[in-house]
Design a protein around this ligand. Structure first.
Ligand SMILES: [Zn+2]
Ligand SMILES: [Zn+2]
Length: 366
């Protein structure tokens, strides 16, 4: 099997075609991965922001076709088309039963780079080859937990279905699930990459009146307008907090989303919301990032709320069909997110394009 393998910090991914894939075990399914998005979180593993064991097949945003099922699998059958979810969703644990599938208690072993039991189904050079987030969609095939799959109708193109798995669920979910946007609200979004653009279109779907896109790259700000931004701020040229106040008539934003994961931009997001407003933290920070906030003003006198947002606060079995409905109605842009389709051999170039702010999403076709 062919896959792009991460072998160590800041080393370009290596494409190997001699990987062995095991048969699916109980509760597992084998997938032909047809398409995989290249997400910023893949790059964050490569540069150490998100620690993962090596060697590992990265990729956590994919879609494909079920080719075999293990013992006891009931959720999907051979031939089914599926979106892969980077958070398993069992539907039965404490958090799943409370409507918080994004925090499913079965997901804990993912940090070890294996499936639910911590072990991997891939072998390279006679050693275990890890799989990012129980998946590893930078491989042409994967064996994944049944509870990491969501069956979708056969007529949904698998390249756009792939994007749903991370960027769309996370971004649109942040706006529709995590936040409480009211029609006419003013929303600010810091960071207009693949996830940020989806926060913007989620805010548009939620009925926000003003959507202020903030980024350092003009090309991304132009893309933001296509997804629903009404105003743009280049934070390299002006103070973002001041610009939001000016655009919103001297009042901070009702809701601000941070979609980068840096200390200064997280603090800026919290500071730019109005009294009583909400800051939603979507970006992935390094593990050692600590915040400095004025406790009395932020939380007491100004009554602000800061909400974490893991995986768009989604329940994949409900949210994937909901997003596909919005796409069929023309409200959710999916095709427009794909800047380029690439072969797995071009994945390192796709990371470079992402860092230069040139693309919303590169999609690998296996
Ligand atoms: Zn991602
Ligand atoms: Zn669960």
């Amino acid at each position: 099997m062919k896959a792009a393998v991460h072998t160590g910090l800041d080393i370009p991914l290596q494409v190997r075609d001699d990987i062995t894939v095991a048969e699916p075990g109980p509760g597992e399914v084998a997938i032909d991965v047809v398409a995989s998005g290249v997400c910023h979180s893949d790059l964050s593993v490569l540069n150490g922001t998100i620690p993962m064991p090596t060697p590992i097949v990265l990729g956590h945003e994919g879609a494909g076709i079920v080719t075999a099922i293990g013992e006891g699998v009931t959720r999907v059958a051979v031939g089914d088309h599926v979106v892969l979810s980077f958070v398993p969703h069992c539907g039965e644990c404490y958090t799943c039963k409370r409507g918080q599938g994004y925090l499913c208690e079965k997901a804990g072993m993912q940090a070890l780079g294996g499936l639910l039991d911590g072990t991997t189904r891939l072998t390279l050079d006679d050693a275990p080859l890890h799989q990012m987030a129980c998946l590893g969609t930078f491989g042409a095939q994967a064996v994944v937990p049944e509870i990491s799959t969501v069956k979708i109708p056969d007529d949904v193109p698998l390249d756009i279905a792939a994007l749903i798995g991370c960027g769309v669920l996370t971004g649109v979910g942040a706006a529709l699930n995590t936040a409480s946007i009211q029609p006419g609200d003013t929303v600010a979004v810091i960071g207009c990459g693949g996830v940020g653009l989806n926060v913007i279109q989620g805010a548009r779907i939620a009925g926000a009146g003003k959507i202020i896109a903030i980024d350092m790259f003009d090309a991304k700000l132009e893309m933001a307008k296509q997804f629903g931004a009404t105003d743009t701020v280049n934070a390299g040229e002006q103070d973002a907090g001041g610009a939001v106040m000016t655009i919103n008539g001297g009042r901070g934003a009702d809701t601000a989303f941070e979609v980068i994961g840096l200390k200064p931009t997280i603090e800026a997001a919290i500071n730019m919301v109005r009294p009583g407003g909400e800051a939603i933290l979507v970006g992935v920070p390094r593990l050692d990032v600590m915040l400095e906030l004025n406790a009395a003003f932020t939380f007491l006198y100004l009554n602000k709320t800061v909400k974490g947002c893991w995986y768009g606060s989604v329940n994949v079995s409900e949210d994937v069909p909901k997003l596909l409905d919005l796409w069929r109605k023309g409200e959710l842009k999916l095709e427009e997110l794909i800047s380029q389709e690439i072969a797995i051999e071009q994945v390192n170039e796709a990371f470079e394009a992402m860092q230069k702010g040139e693309v919303a999403r590169s999609v690998i076709k296996h």
